[in-house]
Design a protein around this ligand. Structure first.
Ligand code: ZN
Length: 161
């Protein structure tokens, strides 16, 4: 995707997140994790989550990939840390739906997405949709794994679902 096609302000926020990602690395205490692959672009993301009392106490991501996938992962971790698991899943669903079905969200308040709202323009670039949604789908896969009780070490290939 030509990033230059996105609004300048949005582009700057995306570049800031990709060059200085937040919550990048590994957690000492992980009870939920998923490794996601996006074969279309070659992005690999590992999402590690520490859930305590049904709340995301800490979260980290690692791996490598394009600007969009890295920025999106950084934004995702900022947005869901300290949130209840159910709220985090609802926010992830909203983000994924906005990217996949942008028309349904025209004029709607998307402030729950925080910085990730800047990525909604990616919906115009179908080839990059998987890059943008990879981290959020990984978060859901992690949190919903093992009937919501978590699992460590699962590996998931990004599907067209
Ligand atoms: Zn990518």
């Amino acid at each position: 995707m030509a990033l230059s096609n996105l609004d300048n302000l949005y582009r700057q926020v995306i570049l800031d997140h990709s060059s200085h990602p937040h919550h990048h690395g590994h957690l000492e205490n992980t009870n939920y994790d998923t490794t996601m692959f996006n074969p279309t672009c070659g992005d690999v993301l590992k999402i590690e989550v520490e859930v305590v009392d049904n709340k995301i106490k800490d979260i980290a991501f690692s791996g490598n990939g394009c600007t969009i996938s890295q920025a999106s992962a950084s934004m995702m971790t900022d947005t869901v840390i300290n949130k209840d698991v159910s709220d985090a899943i609802r926010i992830a669903d909203t983000f994924i739906n906005v990217i996949v079905h942008p028309g349904e969200y025209k004029g709607k308040d998307l402030s729950i997405l925080e910085d990730a709202e800047t990525l909604t323009g990616v919906a115009q670039f179908p080839a990059r949709v998987k890059c943008a949604t990879l981290a959020w789908k990984g978060l859901k896969k992690a949190l919903l794994s093992n009937n919501g009780t978590g699992v460590v070490g699962q590996v998931v290939h990004h599907e067209d679902d």
